[in-house]
Structure formats: structure tokens, C-alpha cells
Design a binder for this molecule. Structure first.
Ligand code: SF4
Length: 331
């Protein structure tokens, strides 16, 4: 029998997907990957859906980096000294590389860096892999699967050509189909549909957030960061703590959550350093540069100054840029 699995992010689109699955009356499972970087309200909201609607409880899964971190400790101890990395740096990295219980932080410690727009490995390791390895693979061994995804074409440029149906075939597993029932919906359709079902949106939408999910997300716009800095300064304190720990596992001793050139000062610094021809001098300048940390970004977000405002203007419409995942794993 075909198994229906609805992916939940805690955002409006996946909630509408859940409600639609409920309305269509087919038995289904609802699953969510908790990155450890969501606002507690988002996890609480997802967990409340079952009780609110009489539907299935949302099953929450988390990535575990214990084994990968152990291997990385062994690798660092064996290889970094041969690369000329000072023993104190090696010892520091090995001492810090232990699971913290927060998947997002553990991923960054293991990688020795934070994800970025160009290297958005967070979606893969914290969401897609988690759901695939802990839910989907086992389900596909038992029978065909339809994964419901709350993806809308209007929500981002990356998703504008997303198909409603997509079939995935893998040797030795039953076929899986991605189903994007909201593909032609607008954000307004989504909110009014949930309202017609008597379900309020995640409360974070009423507190200035255009999207919910990681809090903050590496793709958060200046508009969202400003709302976050004003209402939830603790989110930036958390990230600043992670930056301090993550820097200890980096060869260069640096680690910033946000893109280095997100602020005007960071962008100017990046341009200056890029012009240094000698590689070693460039690396040293980069290691010594005061890249904008979470507190600096929070301050900048409160200002009207420029910087890299990926989606500051269009974020308030339904056509904003967002996470480029086609699978609706990050809202
Ligand atoms: S919500 Fe943002 S930070 Fe979180 S996994 Fe997705 S892209 Fe990465």
C-alpha cells in the first residue's frame, strides 16, 4: 500500500500540506527534522498540530554526528601537524570536537565552518539526510511512498519551475513520488486555507518573521534579521556562542555564521583581502580580519545602512528569494 509522508517545517506551507492531507482522508505520517536551530515556538507548534486537528502527531528526528566527529578527531590528530598546524591548535580542535546535542552546532564543529549560501550543506545534513535515512529509506523498503512537500512556485526564484509530481527510482527500493500540492498557491491562499480549517499560523509570523525555520537562517534577509534583533536578541547570543566554539575547530581560528560580506564593512574587508596576491599573506590577513560576528550583524540589521540585503525589498512580497532546496525542507 502506498505510504503518504508529509514533511513538516513548522512553517505555513507545510502546515497547509498537513491540513490538506488530513482533508483528503488518507492515512499519513508527518515528519520533521529538528536542526537544533529552530525557535522553540516552531517545534512546539509542529508538535501541537496533531492535537489541534485530530491528525497524526508530528514525528521529530535529529541528525547525530557522534561517529563523524570521532573520525574527524582522529583525522585532525594524524594530519594537521603534518600540514604545519601548531600543536596547540590541533589539541584545541580535538578537545572541542565532541557532540553537544545540538545538531546544527555539531555539524559546524564537524565541518570546521558554518554553512553559507554557496555551501548550503545544512539543508542536506540536517534535514534531507535525516528524513531520508531515518524515515524514507525504511518506508521505501516496505512499499511505495508519496512525500508531500509544501513547496510553492511563487515563494522563490529557485522553486519557480518545481513540478507538482516527481518520481524517484532507486535500485532495491520501492519508487517514491514527491507531491507538491500547493505548487500554484500564493502565500495568501495558504494562510486563508489554514484559517478555514481553524488553525492559526506559527506565532512567529505575528512577530515580524517572514519565514520560520532556522532562527536565524543563513539566508535570513536584513528585514528578518532586524525583526529578530529587536524581538529575539537571544537568538544572536546563541549564534555568537556557537561562533566562539566553532572557531576553535577551524585551522584559522575563525568562524562566523553570517556571510563575511553581509555588512558594508565586511564586504570592503573581503574586497581588500581578495586583492592580496601572495596566498600566505592573504590567508593571514583573512585569519586576522575582524569579520562580522553575530553581534555585529545584529547591530547592522537594526540600521538603514546598506550591505548585502539579499532579499530586503522583495522579501515582503511573495516572490522573495529563499532557501534553494526544491524539497521544501527549509521554509
Ligand atoms: S533553514 Fe536555513 S540555516 Fe536552516 S537548514 Fe535551511 S538553509 Fe540551513
Amino acid at each position: 500500500m502506498t505510504q503518504h509522508i508529509v514533511n513538516i517545517s513548522g512553517g505555513k506551507d507545510s502546515t497547509a500540506c498537513y491540513l490538506l492531507a488530513l482533508e483528503r482522508g488518507k492515512p499519513f505520517r508527518a515528519v520533521m527534522a529538528d536542526t537544533g536551530n529552530e525557535h522553540p515556538e516552531t517545534i512546539a507548534y509542529a508538535k501541537s498540530l496533531g492535537q489541534l486537528t485530530g491528525g497524526p502527531d508530528v514525528e521529530i528526528y535529529r541528525a547525530d554526528f557522534t561517529e563523524r566527529m570521532a573520525k574527524k578527531r582522529t583525522y585532525i590528530a594524524a594530519h594537521w601537524p603534518a600540514e604545519g598546524i601548531p600543536q596547540a591548535v590541533v589539541d584545541r580542535a580535538v578537545a572541542v570536537l565532541h557532540p553537544t546535542g545540538v545538531p546544527f552546532l555539531d555539524l559546524c564543529l564537524w565541518k570546521g565552518r558554518f554553512p553559507s549560501r554557496r555551501a548550503q550543506f545544512c539543508t542536506e545534513f540536517l534535514k534531507a539526510d535525516v528524513i531520508n535515512t531515518q524515515v524514507i529509506d525504511a518506508a521505501r523498503r516496505a512499499g511505495p511512498v508519496i512525500q508531500w512537500l509544501g513547496v510553492r512556485r511563487a515563494e522563490s526564484i529557485a522553486r519557480r519551475h518545481s513540478p507538482m509530481w516527481q518520481t524517484i527510482r532507486t535500485p532495491r527500493l520501492h519508487p517514491m513520488r514527491f507531491y507538491r500540492p500547493l505548487i500554484h498557491w500564493s502565500a495568501g491562499n495558504v494562510f486563508s486555507y489554514a484559517a478555514s480549517c481553524g488553525v492559526d499560523p506559527n506565532p512567529l509570523y505575528l512577530q515580524g518573521m517572514g519565514r520560520v525555520g532556522c532562527f536565524p537562517c543563513i539566508n535570513s534577509s536584513k528585514f528578518e534579521l532586524r525583526a529578530m534583533a529587536n524581538r529575539f536578541p537571544e537568538a544572536f547570543n546563541k549564534i555568537a556562542e556557537w561562533e566562539a566554539v566553532c572557531a576553535l575547530t577551524s585551522k584559522r581560528g575563525v568562524g562566523t555564521f553570517f556571510a563575511a560580506d553581509v555588512t558594508p564593512e565586511g564586504a570592503a574587508m573581503a574586497r581588500r583581502i581578495k586583492q592580496i596576491e601572495d596566498r600566505e599573506a592573504r590567508n593571514s590577513a583573512s585569519a586576522a580580519a575582524p569579520w562580522p560576528n553575530a553581534h555585529v550583524v545584529a547591530e547592522w540589521a537594526r540600521t538603514d545602512r546598506g550591505g548585502k540585503q539579499f532579499n530586503f525589498l522583495i522579501d515582503q512580497s511573495d516572490d522573495g528569494l529563499s532557501c534553494s532546496s526544491q524539497y521544501g525542507l527549509c521554509e
